[in-house]
Design a protein around this ligand. Sequence first.
Ligand code: FES
Length: 168
Amino acid sequence: MSAEVKPTRANKPFVFNAENEAKFQKLLTRYPDTAALNLPGLWLIQQQDGWISYEAMEYLAERINIPVTQVYEVATFYTMYNLQPVGKYHFQVCRTLSCELRGGEEILAHLTKKLGIKPGETSKDGRYTLTKVECLGSCGSGPMFQLNDDYHEWLTVEKVDEILAKLP
Ligand code: FES
């Protein structure tokens, strides 16, 4: 599995805000080896900025004492990490076998048409991002997508339209 997009530079330094620094300090007490904070550290960065810049990866590598390549490897392996800024509504459509067999391609095509963007793109107004991702572990209830932090399962084009109509 690999992310579809390459990490982007923000061209500004990253630093944890006070809230995330406190969470990071708490995590540090839990693990004897700071390298174990690679995944949770990336998650904290994403919680703070909404995405993970290359500069943020460098920051994390320094904080947990590992080469930046190790952070890069993890960040680019999991599609849960956003390596570019995403829109207010991030649709992550599963493209793996079970969802595909149950109509995932149709759901993706419908979203592409309704949102006016292709997979890997963000709408110009910053409202929507559409991404194709590997299995999200909800295979028995496909086709499905993750919209921000929520799963939407057993999708049909009608159900997708209902979800879109309810977005504020
Ligand atoms: S195949 Fe779609 S969630 Fe697993």
